[in-house]
Ligand binder design. Structure first.
Ligand SMILES: *Cc1c(COP(=O)(O)O)cnc(C)c1O
Length: 307
């Protein structure tokens, strides 16, 4: 038994027609916590629980925090999430819905995170949003599920924030012997920390994050994310916030699923670029995201500009 669920794998006619390749969707937006994060976070929480953790602590007001809250409720382990004042009411409401204790502290994430660290005693486990081998092992299950269906794609498209999903998917590709299946790693221009690191050839800290895709907002990717690009073929691609948000709207129309711009970034590569033309069969990781409302997506669509 795992805390995450095996998700549907479907062929998308609208996306296939939009970009000319056979587009397959791994629908991790349907995870009970609303995003793929539950794969890795659920695994990490189960391991820490088995090792005796009696509380889980997170400093993510986004999908990682939600996954910890869900995992804690399912395992009967109390969860504390420390978030900064900038966290939306919607995100706090979702955390409380999962019975997590929400502490609002500080004007920016690093202040919330600093308080969270002080709450991690001997019997509590801190669950990182992207930089932990336990997470990557859990995320890798996404590739196992695809391999079990017999479908072998010519490329896998996914979004990158801190690079936990990338690290896990590469681990999954390698452990299934798919060393020849490239990963197309998509970021928005205002949150392109992997792109900067790949270009520099070493880990880079971005000065600032300007994208509306807050779930991609890591100033620096995990070291393993950059290492993954050396262990496996990885292509970096960028899209604008406008393209990401347009993709959210088009995807809602086409597949009746509301996802965050963080996920729209991966979808945008198929909807509005030619970047996938070289691949016959493409798997898109529909990573999901629970914190954006329809009203917010519509407001972003009105406020971002085409380039
Ligand atoms: C966390 C998240 C990402 C990015 O994942 P990383 O492991 O940080 O690269 C992308 N999309 C959604 C919806 C997320 O919650």
């Amino acid at each position: 038994m795992t805390l995450h669920i095996p998700t549907p794998l479907i062929e998308s006619r609208p996306l296939s027609q939009a970009c000319g390749s056979n587009m397959w969707l791994k629908l991790d937006a349907l995870q009970p916590s609303g995003s793929f994060k539950l794969r890795g976070v659920g695994h990490a929480c189960e391991v820490h629980h088995a090792r005796g953790a009696r509380r889980f602590v997170s400093s993510s007001g986004g999908n990682a925090g939600l996954a910890v809250a869900y995992a804690g409720r399912k395992l009967g382990v109390p969860v504390t999430v420390v978030v900064p004042e900038t966290t939306t009411e919607r995100a706090k409401e979702l955390l409380r819905q999962e019975d997590a204790e929400v502490i609002v502290h500080g004007s920016a994430w690093h202040e919330a995170n600093a308080l969270a660290q002080t709450l991690v005693g001997a019997d509590a486990a801190f669950i990182h949003p992207f930089d932990d081998p336990l997470l990557w092992a859990g995320h890798a299950s996404l590739v196992d599920e695809v391999a079990q269906t017999g479908l072998k794609p010519d490329a896998v498209v996914l979004s990158v924030g801190g690079g936990g999903l990338l690290s896990g998917v590469v681990e999954g590709l390698q452990r299934n012997g798919w060393v020849d299946v490239p990963v197309v790693a998509v970021e928005t221009e205002g949150a392109a920390s992997l792109h900067a690191a790949m270009r520099a050839g070493h880990s880079v800290e971005l000065q600032q994050l300007t994208s509306i895709a807050t779930s991609l907002g890591a100033k620096r990717v995990a070291d393993q994310a950059l290492a993954s690009t050396r262990q496996h073929p990885v292509v970096s691609q960028l899209v604008s916030d406008h393209q990401a948000v347009q993709a959210c709207q088009q995807f809602l129309h086409d597949h009746r699923l509301l996802v965050e711009p963080a996920c729209g970034a991966a979808l945008a590569l198929a909807y509005s670029t030619q970047a996938l033309a070289a691949y016959r069969t493409v798997l898109i990781v529909v990573c999901g995201g629970a914190t954006a409302t329809l009203a917010q997506i519509q407001a972003w669509a009105a406020s971002t500009r085409p380039q």
